[in-house]
Design a protein around this ligand. Structure first.
Ligand SMILES: [Zn+2]
Length: 389
């Protein structure tokens, strides 16, 4: 048995920190969370000192197969499976070292992230828990078509969802609009009709899988909301030259109870692509409108898609959520712990520090509730009860 001792503990939800905290861990699970010492005689006590313990972070939208270089698509599409897997392991380890103990890969090639899921399940301390979508479902020639998930029409989309389910994915990712990464597609244009998206949702839900839609354009978001998706990625309301103000659509998302995954985080010293850079102020205002409308906002990253987004960018995304979206530090911390756990349907064992939960635990110097930048000062990472960093 392990007894982790720390000055403070954030359990993933409650505003009140536990002071002088002790977490008892055995066989990869949390046995107890207490204030004060008094550890069992047989426990191995680890004094972590003036740190805050919190649940290992969850990045519910990244890409292990994109290497965060200036041309990640070229590398991903030309690498052999072994080369790509080596890069994906490196990306996963980078995330883990930053305290990201669960990653949801929302677009790989050839379902390779599922292989990492298997590897890390057998040896949890070697990598984060992996959840994966496989190749995103997209129209022929559509956004990220090169990942191999092309499907057209209601029948084609249904068949693609079934194939993904047979391969064992954790979530269905569908490209409702074009995207910034794919020449010839446009973020401000919808790709699928409501009928096609509804077919994907019906088939996925029948098979017990959630659906998340990549959606920038208001038209694509309108279709995805009507189709009943579980969550929206990006949700930027992008137009050819700006960001649309559509209170009706914001209201529709809120009423439907759909979670929005804000892909935030920019590595200091880098600049986002011009079309994003030009819209940063507008996006900030737009995301604040989503927050004020009461839409559940999960803090994610899209890590891997370019130099501004290395695989350990999530702590920067938390700071951005506080500074640019206007979330409280408490809500921003929930948005990388308990909230994405619920979104990913793993909230019975991830995203909280509580008895029975997985011992995926992050220790950071200082207090992230008063200063989110504390997340950048990682002192220890435990994965399934084992020291992983
Ligand atoms: Zn993405």
């Amino acid at each position: 048995m392990l007894a982790l001792r720390a000055a403070r503990l954030f359990d993933g939800h409650n505003a009140a920190l536990i002071s002088d905290a002790t977490v008892l861990v055995a066989e990869g699970r949390i046995l107890a969370v207490r204030s004060g010492g008094g550890t069992p005689d047989r426990a191995e006590v680890v004094e972590l000192g003036d740190v805050t313990l919190l649940p290992g972070l969850i990045d519910a939208h990244l890409h292990l197969g994109f290497d965060a270089s200036a041309d990640p698509v070229d590398r991903l599409t030309t690498a052999s499976d072994d080369e790509l897997l080596a890069g994906m392991r490196k990306a996963a380890r980078t995330a883990l070292a930053a305290g990201v103990t669960t990653v949801r890969d929302l677009g790989d090639r050839d379902y390779l992230a599922l292989r990492l899921r298997t590897e890390y399940a057998a040896d949890p301390a070697s990598g984060p828990q992996v959840l994966a979508a496989g190749p995103p479902i997209t129209i022929t020639g559509g956004h990220c078509w090169f990942l191999g998930g092309q499907a057209d029409g209601v029948a084609g989309v249904r068949a693609a969802v079934r194939t993904h389910a047979e391969r064992g994915v954790d979530v269905i990712k569908i490209m409702a609009s074009g995207g910034e990464l794919t020449p010839g597609t446009h973020s401000h244009q919808a790709q699928y009709s409501t009928a096609e998206l509804r077919a994907a949702v019906e088939e996925a839900h029948r098979l017990g899988l959630p659906v998340t839609a990549h959606a920038h354009a208001a038209d694509a978001i309108t279709n995805a909301v009507a189709a009943g998706v579980d969550s929206l990625e990006h949700c930027t309301f992008m137009t050819p030259d700006g960001i649309e103000d559509r209170p009706d659509l914001v209201e529709a998302i809120a009423t439907a109870g759909i979670t929005v995954s804000l892909t935030l985080g920019i590595r200091p010293g880098t600049v986002p692509p011009p079309r994003i850079a030009a819209r940063l102020a507008g996006l900030s205002d737009h995301f604040q409108r989503l927050r004020v409308a009461g839409i559940p906002l999960v803090c994610t990253t899209d890590a891997g898609i370019g130099p501004p987004k290395p695989h350990d960018i999530l702590p920067h995304a938390v700071t951005m959520m506080v500074e640019r979206v206007g979330n409280s530090t408490l809500d921003a911390l929930r948005a990388v712990t308990s909230l994405p756990a619920r979104l990913c349907r793993i909230d019975d064992h991830k995203g909280r520090l509580a008895p029975g939960y997985d011992a995926d635990i992050l220790a950071v110097a200082g207090n992230p509730l008063t200063d989110p930048a504390a997340l950048l000062d990682v002192r220890a990472v435990y994965r399934h009860g084992q020291r992983a960093h």
